[in-house]
Design a binder for this molecule. Structure first.
Ligand SMILES: Nc1ncnc2c1ncn2[C@@H]1O[C@H](COP(=O)(O)OP(=O)(O)OP(=O)(O)O)[C@@H](O)[C@H]1O
Length: 309
């Protein structure tokens, strides 16, 4: 049995169109695909957790139709079932994980490929665990996590009122750019202590720190040009304070991965990273925001099979 999980809101309804096309394909019935649609934020995680807890022995794969937010919920919902393969039919507005893992095909063609002869790759998701807070719970991530400017931009760009306003002016595809401009008006660099594989550095002021599994962030920006999802290490991008005009230059060059030429931008690799901010700060984790004071980031000990095409 295959579980097909669709977020009908992803990509402004694109996921629903993709689902409509694949459920008409004869393979859908032949391979015993069972479909579920998410109904609210966070639903994918709860839904897949309860489906997997009952049917884990017969699930051949979970096929996700959606974007980065949906796939993030799904890996966390499957945190007790590392053996279940996941496939993503990208239908979000950003689709950074799809770029990072190298998915080439789309929609119905990708579905047919996954059913007939999928390429199987194995990756180690990231795991972020809070230190010293109330939760002590971990979150898995496929893309990246970070604090500073990117946390603030994601925080604003996920605000439903902000998104509704952009939609009204048909600017929703530019939500990261508009959020960046908004954040820059009042943004102050943060103090952070970063420990990478046992080496600790205290920064009085940085613009952002991002720990990433693959190069892409915020709809195809090549934030960490040398990151590789198949590597056992993360890429860590540290950006020291920049003049505001230079942040815009950074923003323009990041799509080509050329921003690392700026002297304020550093890219290093590491397997075990601890981030400690002075006051509780906004972290983005796969485009969702969480508040931490201190957190540890490592690769999951369990590989996850991804079906791609
Ligand atoms: N029925 C629903 N109504 C409203 N929100 C939903 C629903 N189902 C899921 N969501 C939420 O929609 C959010 C966005 O989904 P997703 O990230 O997959 O699409 P996207 O934003 O278009 O793509 P991307 O993240 O790749 O830019 C997720 O955080 C998820 O929790």
């Amino acid at each position: 049995m295959y579980i097909v999980l669709t977020n009908p809101k992803a990509g402004n309804g694109k996921a629903l169109k993709v689902y409509d096309s694949i459920q008409k394909d004869p393979r859908f019935k032949r391979h015993k695909c069972r479909s579920f649609h998410t109904e609210y934020e966070g639903h994918a995680e709860l839904l897949i957790q309860s489906i997997a807890s009952i049917h884990y022995q017969v699930i051949k794969a979970v096929i996700v139709i959606g974007g980065d937010g949906t796939i993030h919920e799904v890996i966390n919902g499957l945190s007790k079932h590392h053996e279940i393969p996941i496939a993503l039919i990208p239908a979000g507005s950003g689709n950074d994980f799809s770029r990072g893992v190298g998915i080439q095909k789309q929609g119905l063609e990708l579905f047919r490929h996954i059913m007939d002869h999928p390429d199987r790759v194995s990756i180690y998701p990231g795991l972020i665990i809070e230190h010293g807070g109330e939760g002590h719970t971990g979150k898995y991530f496929f893309n990246s996590t970070g604090a500073g400017l990117d946390g603030e931009v994601v925080h604003i760009s996920n605000d439903p009122i902000f998104r509704a306003k952009l939609k009204k002016f048909r600017l929703d595809s530019l939500h990261y750019v508009v959020a960046l401009v908004k954040v820059l008006k009042r943004y102050y660099p943060i103090a952070v202590e970063i420990e990478i594989d046992g080496k600790k550095v205290k920064y009085k002021r940085i613009t952002l720190v991002t720990v990433t599994n693959h190069p892409f962030f915020g709809k195809g920006m090549k934030i960490a040009p040398n990151a590789d999802i198949y590597s056992p290490s993360f890429s860590v991008i540290i950006i020291q304070p920049l003049a505001k005009w230079k942040i815009l230059l950074l923003f323009l060059s990041v799509f080509l991965g050329k921003h690392t030429a700026l002297k304020e931008v550093h890219e290093v690799t590491g397997r075990s990273i601890t981030l400690k901010v002075k006051e509780q700060g906004v972290f983005q984790v796969d485009g969702q925001t969480l508040k931490y004071k201190e957190c540890k980031i490592e690769k999951s000990q369990h590989p996850r099979t991804i079906l791609i095409g």
